[in-house]
Write a protein that binds this ligand. Structure first.
Ligand code: UD1
Ligand code: MG
Length: 493
């Protein structure tokens, strides 16, 4: 009853918040709507999901364990996509060209300027941003579909791994047409050390060769546009050309997969996404509330906020059902959807490198997982921690080392020496037979002992939040100092 009244109030307040000429406020309103819709739909859809076979057993609960609905992230994702369609008329400037002015370029642009300025405190986006917006929605939609297909058919790793890069193509093409900046700032310490300049020259030559080959094949030209003015005293730039697009595509492969493998504990998939959302928003608001930020940077971060706020609405509703003890699973659908969202925001918000700082726990988890992901040591189907019925706590889960080759065995010995893994030995031979699965989830249990499932999730989310906020600090203090340049730096020159 109470929950119904709260939902109704959230809905009424949200609807009343929708206004023209205020994208930020309108996206908050849409988040409210997204929350209410997702929260209401999930319990109504669970039976249908189970009926068509989208269900799973919670591996960390005492018997009797019933199957609960899997892939419920689809509800969040689809609600989100619909909301993002609905948001379009409220955040883009309505550009009217009167017929008389169509003959003359100059009067068209005059007309545009007059109309644009006629809106007091205009915060709307111009039309070129609509291409970015639509490409983002398209990429998200295809990635969500990929995740859903994965839930349905359990697609093989080698097949699904590269697909997000294909899904990111619309995004990369809009980036190519509209922004095209492929230069990265070279940290001062690199240009200052002996041989640094020569190294840059060498890299530059390699990039030129790469650009040449790809241009020959595709007919497209790569490189930051020439009208990007670089003065003598500004820091050195390295134009990565076509390799920058390779990097962006890799980011869109990495983020969905990295969220999917930091999973298996109730609340963790959505929880980490919500925490990432908080971190991204905190960073964006640093830009939006600073007085000395260039307009372009302001716009990109407003763009990021507009995408993340409704995402928070649909995710928080899902989290309530997925938190310990989970009533639904979010599925790969949600992991792919949320991972792609962060990739998109980072790419179109023009902070695709800062993005990686915020995803540090995911990166560490990925690197730590590499031996298992690439088959150097065996990787069981599930690496999630092991539930102990007797005390109701989660313990590290183990992989079998006997089946491994000598490289794998030595690697496990090496990691064990540094306490980065826990091992079990054969009583007679004292040989290592098992090793704790290589995820930071298990590592937390190795270091801090057995924990209840919700405590474990909270610890992991707290680490994510702490690292993220710390990285925001690093980004705006050490970053500018290291690179000699930034469009937002705190007390460093
Ligand atoms: C990824 C991980 C796998 C982990 C799994 C759990 C890698 C390479 N893969 O695989 O190790 O076990 O996610 O999500 O790291 N489940 C729970 N409790 C939860 C969430 C999931 O018991 O809180 C179980 C349920 O049985 C659920 C299943 O995991 O049905 C979902 O697994 P799925 O998402 O298909 O696994 P992958 O993404 O392939
Ligand atoms: Mg999964």
């Amino acid at each position: 009853m109470y929950s119904r009244i709260i939902r109704l109030s959230v809905l009424v307040v949200s609807l009343s918040l929708i206004t023209v000429n205020n994208p930020l406020q309108t996206s908050i309103a849409f988040a409210g709507i997204g929350y209410v819709v997702t929260y209401t739909l999930i319990p109504r859809l669970t039976k249908s999901f189970i009926r068509v076979g989208l269900k799973g057993k919670d591996l960390s609960k005492p018997p009797p364990v019933y199957e609960i609905a899997e892939s419920m992230g689809a509800v969040s994702a689809i609600t989100y996509l619909f909301l993002m369609f609905g948001l379009i008329p409220f955040i883009f400037f309505k550009y009217l060209v009167s017929f008389t002015s169509l003959s003359n370029d100059e009067s068209i642009s005059d007309n545009y300027a007059t109309q644009y300025q006629s809106l007091a405190n205009n915060r709307l986006f111009p039309h070129n941003k609509l291409a970015e917006y639509l490409s983002a929605v398209l990429s998200l939609q295809s990635t969500t579909m990929l995740g859903f297909l994965d839930d349905l058919f359990d697609i093989k790793w080698r097949h699904k791994f590269f697909l997000p890069a294909v899904a990111s193509l619309p995004l990369l093409i809009v980036y190519y047409v509209d922004f095209s900046v492929t230069s990265v700032v070279v940290p001062k310490f690199i240009t200052n050390i002996a041989g640094g300049e020569e190294l840059l020259q060498l890299l530059n030559q390699l990039i030129i060769v790469g650009n040449y080959i790809v241009s020959k094949v595709s007919g497209l030209s790569f490189g930051t546009l020439n009208d990007y003015v670089v003065t003598e005293d500004s820091p050195k730039l390295l134009d990565l050309g076509v390799f920058y697009y390779g990097y962006l595509a890799s980011v869109s492969i990495f983020t969905p997969n990295s969220i999917n493998i930091l999973a298996g504990v109730n609340g963790l998939e959505v929880g980490q996404s919500v925490v990432l959302g908080i971190i991204f928003l905190a960073n964006d608001f640093c830009y939006l509330f600073s007085s000395n930020v260039p307009q372009a940077a302001y716009d990109s971060h407003l763009f990021s906020v507009i995408f993340i706020i409704p995402f928070m609405g649909v995710s928080l509703a899902l989290l309530q059902y997925n938190w310990f003890p989970a009533k639904v699973f979010v599925g790969d659908t949600y992991c792919y959807f949320s991972g792609m969202l962060f990739a998109i925001v980072g790419i179109l918000g023009h902070f695709s490198k800062t993005l990686l700082l915020f995803l540090l726990p995911q990166i560490v988890n990925f690197i730590y997982s590499v031996p298992q992901l690439f088959g150097i040591v065996p990787c069981p189907r599930h690496r999630l921690p092991k539930f102990n019925i007797k005390d109701g706590l989660m313990y590290p889960s183990y992989g079998q080392l006997q089946e491994s080759n000598s490289v794998g065995k030595n690697l496990v010995k090496f990691l064990a020496t540094f306490g980065l893994i826990s091992t079990r030995r054969d009583e007679k031979t004292n040989e290592i037979t098992e090793f704790s699965n290589m995820t930071i989830i298990n590592l937390v249990l190795v270091w801090f002992g057995p924990l209840r499932e919700d405590t474990l999730c909270t610890v992991l989310l707290a680490i994510q939040l702490f690292v993220g906020l710390f990285m925001i600090g690093i980004r705006h203090t050490v970053g500018p100092w290291l690179f000699g340049y930034d469009n937002l730096s705190w007390g460093v020159s």
